[in-house]
Design a protein around this ligand. Structure first.
Ligand code: C5P
Length: 225
């Protein structure tokens, strides 16, 4: 049985680091805006019930252009931080589903297998995210000096989509608002609740476009189709 999901896409950032002349989510990648690639990856799945995209209203016309012809997509105004944008999206969701997914607009090369892996595990366990092992050694630094070297074996990097039972995600966002907690991903809000978050295998191709050279790499990945 396919588990149903709704998707929140934070796409309201300005993406200053990408070196592009527009927010990176609207940059053209292999002939289409990045946002369109990202949305299509989810919208093409039968178990996708609705998609809410948080945007900067200044870019509304470009955003609407990017999703032309894709059904069940709505827009909501983004907030100051990524977390505020997602909160606005959460308030906008209407459908009753098994899992709510949150996915960065800047990860257009996410695969169907990865989406389904997260949805399945989140439906079973309450919360699941894709993670990648770390190839390099990670150090905590202060003033250009190493303070600590972290044991790599226990470290992973967190990707999206991150999936949650709707009630867990809503409780996590309510709790974050009460306590003033700001996280850089959604799992950290659920962790702050004391709830368990499970890991599934991420994908090396599911990169978050951040730097200028990422655009070329993701173009190669999507171009291969
Ligand atoms: O800046 P960063 O790459 O971490 O942003 C991750 C995602 O969150 C991007 O898709 C960006 O558009 C989105 N975002 C947002 N609202 C903000 C800041 C970032 O929707 N205020």
């Amino acid at each position: 049985m396919m588990r149903t999901f709704s998707l929140i896409l934070p796409a309201a950032g300005v993406g200053k680091r990408s070196g592009l002349n527009r927010p990176k989510q609207y940059a053209e990648i292999a002939g289409e805006p990045m946002l369109r690639w990202t949305i299509k990856a989810f919208a093409q799945l039968g178990e996708c019930r609705e998609i809410v995209v948080a945007i900067d209203p200044e870019w509304q016309a470009v955003a609407e252009d990017s999703v032309g012809g894709i059904s069940n997509v709505r827009f909501v105004e983004g907030g100051r931080e990524r977390q505020d944008s997602i909160r606005n999206g959460l308030n906008e969701l209407e459908e009753k589903v098994d899992v709510i997914l949150v996915h960065d607009a800047a990860r257009p090369a996410v695969s169907t297998q990865l989406i389904r892996r997260v949805v399945e595990r989140a439906a079973e366990s309450g919360a699941a995210i894709p993670a990648m092992p770390i190839a390099e050694t990670v150090k905590r630094v202060r003033d250009n000096r190493i303070v600590e070297t972290l044991p790599r074996a226990n470290l992973v990097t967190a990707q999206t989509p991150q999936g949650f039972h709707p009630d867990i995600l809503r409780r996590a966002y309510a709790h974050a608002l009460e306590t003033g907690f700001v996280g850089t991903d959604d799992a950290s809000l659920v962790e702050a609740l004391g709830e368990r978050v499970e890991i599934v295998a991420g994908e090396p191709t599911n990169i978050k476009v951040t730097w200028p050279e990422d655009v070329e790499r993701v173009e190669q990945i999507l171009g291969r189709g």
